[in-house]
Write a protein that binds this ligand. Structure first.
Ligand SMILES: Nc1nc2c(c(=O)[nH]1)N[C@H]1C(S)=C(S)[C@@H](COP(=O)(O)O)O[C@H]1N2
Ligand SMILES: [Mo]
Length: 539
C-alpha cells in the first residue's frame, strides 16, 4: 500500500516534470504540446457542444481545457506510478515507458500536425519529455521493490535538480506562448500601440474612443444624477433623479461604435497566430484564375480601400448576449481582389484560408454582387489587433461572425463547392443574421421608465423596434437612432410612465422587409438564437 501511494506520488511528479518538460520544446515545435493536444480536442469535437462552450466561455474555456488536460496527465502519471510500483520490474518498466512514449509523441505530433516540422523531428523532440518521465518512473519502481533505495537517491536528486532548472525555463517560455496572444479580453495598451491608418474619418475614430486614449468599456460612464445602478446580465438597471429628456446615452447604453479593446473576440484557436505584416503576403488564385500575391503594403495603399461601419455578431450569441460589437472597418472589396485574378466562368466559390487552419467559402455570385464584402486590415482607425485577425481578415456584413475568416493567408478561386470549418461541424452554411433587438439599459426617472437597447437585422435593416413593460399586453414604439453605418445596429430608446414594483420588459424588432422578429425561442446551434429579449425587473 505504502509502495502504491509512493509510486503514485512519484508517477504524478514524473507527469508534472513531463508537462513542464514538454513546454521546453515549445520554441522548437512552434507551440506547447499540451496546448496542441487541447487544440486537437477542440477541432476533433463534433457538433454544437464543444464549439458553443468555446465560443461562450471564450479564451477562459480554452485555458481551462489545457489545465484539465494537465490534471489528466497528473492522474495518468499517478496511475502508472502505482502500477509500476506493484508489478515486477520486467513487466512494469516496458509497459510504462511504452504508454509514456506514445503519449509524449502524440502530444508533440498534435502540436506540429501540419505546419513547420516533420513527423520524424516531432518524434525525436517527443523523446525529451518521455525520457524525463520515464526516468522518474524508474525511481518509482525502486520504491516498490524491496531493495536498497539509497543507491538511486543521489542519481534521482541530481536528475531532479537538472530537470527543475529546465522546467523553470520551460514554464516561462510556455507561459509566454500560451498567455501572450489574444489570451486576454481587454488589451487596451496593446491596442493603442497599433499603427494608425491614414485616411480614416477622424470623427468616427473619436467616437470609437481611439483618439482620446480613453479606451472605455462598452458602457458610457455614469452621469452625475444617477443614484443607483446594477447589472442584470447585459442589462443595466439604474435610477436617476432628473426631469431631463432621455437621449441614447443613459446609464448602460453601449456606444454606437464599440471602442477598441471592447470588441468581442471569438475563435477556435488557443494560441492566436501572430503574423508580422512585413513577412506576410496574401495569395490570390486557384483553379479558376491567374494567381498573384498581395503584400500588406499593397493592401494599405489599394486605390479601392474603403471604410464601413459594420456590426458583427457571433452565431453562438444567446438572445441579449454580449458577443456583438460594432466597428469601423477598413479594407478592400473582395470582388476587386478576385477580379484582378481574371476569374473564368467555372469559378464557383471563393475559399478563404487562414493561418490557424480555419476555412470559409462564399459563392462567387454573392461576392460579385456585394462590394461590402471586404478583406479588412483596419478597425477603428488602426491596423488590426492580433485577436481580430491581423494582418487581414474577411468581413461579410449581414452574416454571423463565423463567416469572417481571421488571419487570412489564401484566397482561393475554386471550381467546386467548399465545405467550411463550422459548416463541417453542423452550423448553418449561409449564417444570415437573424433579426434581433437586445435590452441594454432600463432607467427609472421619477414616475417614468426609460428603456434602451440595440437592434440589428443585417442587410435587411431595421424598420421598427417595439417595447413592452407589461409582459406583452401593450407595446410602444421605440425611437430609433440613425445607425453609425449602413451595416450597423441602431440604438433605440422608449420612455413609459407609471413604474409599478415589478416590470416585465421585452423588445422586438421589425426588419426592412416588414417581418416581425420571431417570438419562438431557439438555441444558437445551428442557425443562431431567436426569440424576444425579456427581463423581469424590480424597482
Ligand atoms: N481564422 C479564424 N477566423 C475566425 C474564427 C476562427 O476560429 N479562426 N472564428 C470566427 C468566429 S466564430 C467569429 S464570431 C468571428 C469573431 O471575430 P472577432 O474575434 O474579431 O470579433 O471570427 C471568425 N473568424
Ligand atoms: Mo462566432
Amino acid at each position: 500500500m505504502a509502495a502504491d501511494s509512493r509510486g503514485a506520488f512519484r508517477g504524478a511528479v514524473g507527469a508534472l516534470l513531463w508537462v513542464a518538460g514538454t513546454a521546453l520544446v515549445a520554441p522548437l515545435v512552434g507551440g506547447v504540446p499540451l496546448v496542441g493536444v487541447a487544440q486537437f480536442v477542440i477541432e476533433a469535437s463534433p457538433g454544437a457542444v464543444s464549439t458553443t462552450a468555446i465560443e461562450i466561455l471564450g479564451k477562459g474555456a480554452q485555458l481551462a481545457l489545457v489545465a484539465g488536460l494537465g490534471v489528466t496527465a497528473l492522474a495518468a502519471g499517478a496511475a502508472l506510478g502505482a502500477y509500476s510500483a506493484r508489478v515486477p520490474d520486467a513487466l512494469g518498466r516496458p509497459a510504462v515507458l511504452i504508454v509514456t512514449a506514445l503519449a509524449g509523441t502524440a502530444a508533440v505530433v498534435a502540436t506540429v500536425a501540419g505546419p513547420s516540422l516533420g513527423v520524424v523531428a516531432a518524434v525525436l523532440l517527443g523523446a525529451l519529455p518521455v525520457a524525463v518521465y520515464g526516468l522518474a518512473l524508474t525511481g518509482a519502481v525502486s520504491v516498490g521493490a524491496p531493495r536498497a533505495a539509497g543507491d538511486r537517491r543521489p542519481f534521482l536528486g541530481g536528475l531532479g535538480a537538472a530537470v527543475l532548472g529546465l522546467v523553470g525555463v520551460g514554464a516561462v517560455s510556455g507561459a509566454r506562448t500560451v498567455l501572450s496572444p489574444g489570451a486576454s479580453e481587454g488589451e487596451d495598451s496593446a491596442t493603442e500601440a497599433l499603427p494608425k491608418l491614414d485616411g480614416e474619418d477622424a470623427q468616427a475614430a473619436k467616437e470609437a474612443g481611439t483618439t482620446d486614449g480613453a479606451g472605455a468599456g462598452a458602457t458610457v460612464t455614469a452621469t452625475p444624477e444617477v443614484t443607483g445602478a446594477e447589472q442584470d446580465g447585459q442589462v443595466t438597471v439604474s435610477t436617476a433623479e432628473t426631469d431631463a429628456g432621455v437621449g441614447f446615452d443613459f446609464e448602460g447604453m453601449p456606444q454606437p461604435i464599440t471602442p477598441l479593446g471592447s470588441h468581442y473576440v471569438v475563435d477556435k484557436t488557443i494560441d492566436d497566430p501572430e503574423i508580422d505584416g512585413e513577412d506576410w503576403s496574401l495569395s490570390v488564385g486557384g483553379a479558376a484564375g491567374e494567381s498573384y500575391d498581395l503584400s500588406f503594403g499593397d493592401l494599405l495603399d489599394h486605390p479601392e480601400s474603403t471604410s464601413q461601419v459594420v456590426t458583427m455578431v457571433c452565431i453562438s450569441n444567446q438572445v441579449g448576449g454580449d458577443l456583438i460589437s460594432t466597428g469601423q472597418w477598413r479594407g478592400v472589396p473582395l470582388r476587386t481582389l478576385v477580379e484582378r485574378a481574371a476569374p473564368g466562368d467555372e469559378l464557383v466559390d471563393i475559399v478563404t484560408k487562414s493561418a490557424d487552419g480555419y476555412t470559409e467559402a462564399v459563392p462567387w455570385a454573392y461576392v460579385r454582387d456585394h462590394p461590402e464584402v471586404l478583406v479588412a486590415y483596419g478597425l477603428n482607425g488602426r491596423t488590426l489587433a492580433t485577436e481580430h485577425g491581423a494582418p487581414a481578415r474577411l468581413l461579410i456584413p449581414g452574416r454571423y461572425g463565423m463567416r469572417s475568416t481571421k488571419w487570412l493567408t489564401d484566397i482561393e478561386l475554386s471550381t467546386s463547392d467548399h465545405e467550411a470549418y463550422w459548416e463541417e461541424r453542423g452550423w448553418d452554411e449561409e449564417a444570415v443574421v437573424n433579426t434581433l433587438s437586445y435590452l441594454r439599459a432600463v432607467q427609472r426617472r421619477g414616475d417614468r421608465v426609460a428603456v434602451g437597447g440595440v437592434a440589428y437585422a443585417g442587410l435587411r435593416g431595421v424598420d421598427r423596434v417595439e417595447v413592452s413593460v407589461d409582459g406583452g399586453d401593450t407595446w410602444l414604439d421605440a425611437t430609433l437612432e440613425d445607425p453609425p453605418g449602413e451595416f450597423a445596429w441602431h440604438r433605440w430608446r422608449a420612455v413609459t410612465g407609471q413604474p409599478s414594483g415589478e416590470l416585465t420588459v421585452q423588445t422586438r424588432a421589425t426588419d426592412g422587409t416588414g417581418e416581425v422578429q420571431t417570438k419562438i425561442p431557439s438555441q444558437p446551434h445551428p442557425a443562431g438564437s431567436t426569440g424576444w429579449h425579456r427581463r423581469t425587473l424590480k424597482f
